[in-house]
Design a protein around this ligand. Structure first.
Ligand SMILES: CC(C)(COP(=O)(O)OP(=O)(O)OC[C@H]1O[C@@H](n2cnc3c(N)ncnc32)[C@H](O)[C@@H]1OP(=O)(O)O)[C@@H](O)C(=O)NCCC(=O)NCCS
Length: 312
């Protein structure tokens, strides 16, 4: 035992037993972040009944089609973390419900454009040559959080075929939703995202804001503004022998920079269409896809300027 920790919980002394050999420096950092989250969460962790109550307050009903975006840490320390969120939601939606999450694999981009961090120019052809092509089982969506990673790997979850912008789904209708994801216009009207619009899916922002609302990208295809562009992207799609084959496709340059502003304007101008409820130290928001996307088309057309355009 190398440490005795006095916790900040009133009246509580917490003894933490830490065999020195088990803790490498990266674990120390992880422990610190989680410890801060535990302290911020306060007198009680977030539990499945808390989540169930929040979903009932929002008015989410069994049998719905739901698009989910999660930050675990922004609602506080949850007993069971990502598993609890997913189990509680799938139980709530029931056998007739459908749960979907974006499972984007944007790390499979052309290394020539990498910035955070860049690679030496001489590496670019080598990386292109050996980059493992998109595979729904293998390709990580880890930049979108722990919950997506757990969700897409669960037996029975289906993942669409787009090498950069796949959608993962499970439940009633998941097969039709994820089938035939064409490579051009990845999040457009004919993609699984367009099908979520047709189904008027609910969108649950679990601890996150509108800047994470993928279905607002659908608006970018529908709206017109001065200087709106198209571009060619490249993705690794298959292997030929040991080498990787890249495919070019057409798409718009996505730009989520104004999504938070759109969310604020939506709330102001469509009172009652956005439902909110606190959970732990954060909050959940629920909104219907069609109302949001239709509103956002008008907003973008009125506010986007030729300078818009950026990273997905
Ligand atoms: C990127 C993003 C996932 C980061 O959020 P996050 O809360 O830090 O990450 P996760 O949801 O994966 O949760 C893991 C973190 O929760 C914390 N944590 C650990 N145990 C926990 C628990 N039991 N309960 C809650 N949080 C816990 C830890 O800080 C952990 O971070 P670490 O792995 O670095 O230690 C989030 O900001 C986001 O963008 N989510 C939406 C993604 C999306 O759908 N985007 C749309 C793309 S168009």
């Amino acid at each position: 035992v190398d440490e005795l920790v006095l916790c900040d919980f009133p009246g509580t002394i917490c003894y933490r037993i830490r065999p020195v050999s088990c803790y490498t420096p990266p674990m120390e950092e992880r422990y610190r972040k989680e410890h801060e989250l535990i302290l911020a969460t306060g007198h009680r962790p977030v539990t499945p009944p808390d989540i169930r109550r929040a979903l009932a307050t929002l008015g989410l009903t069994p049998g719905e089609t739901l698009m989910l975006h999660v930050s675990l840490s922004r609602v506080g320390w949850i007993v069971g973390g990502a598993r609890t969120v997913l189990e509680t939601l799938t139980d709530h939606l029931g056998p007739q419900g459908l749960l979907a999450m974006p499972a984007h694999s944007v790390a499979l981009s052309d290394p020539a454009g990498w910035e955070n961090p860049p690679v030496p120019e001489s590496w670019v052809p080598v990386i292109r040559d050996y980059m493992p092509p998109y595979d729904p089982d293998w390709s990580s969506a880890r930049r979108l959080g722990e919950t997506v990673e757990l969700f897409r790997r669960l037996p029975g979850t289906l993942r669409s075929a787009h090498p950069h912008f796949s959608l993962a789904a499970r439940g009633a209708g998941a097969e039709a939703l994820t089938a035939n994801h064409a490579i051009d216009h990845a999040m457009g009207g004919k993609s699984p995202y367009g099908r979520l619009y047709e189904a008027d899916a609910s969108i649950l922002l679990f601890g996150v804001g509108f800047d994470n609302c993928t279905l607002l990208h659908l608006t970018e295809y529908r709206a017109e503004w001065p200087g709106k562009a198209e571009e060619t992207a490249r993705a690794p799609v298959r292997r030929q022998g040991e080498h990787t084959v890249w495919q070019e496709y057409r798409d718009i340059p996505f730009d989520a920079d104004d999504f938070s502003q759109i969310g604020r304007a939506f709330e102001e101008q469509k009172p009652g269409e956005l439902r909110r409820t606190p959970l732990g130290i954060g909050e959940l928001m629920l909104v219907k896809t069609r109302t949001l996307v239709d509103f956002a088309v008008g907003w973008m057309e009125a506010n986007r300027r030729p300078t818009s355009g950026g990273e997905p």
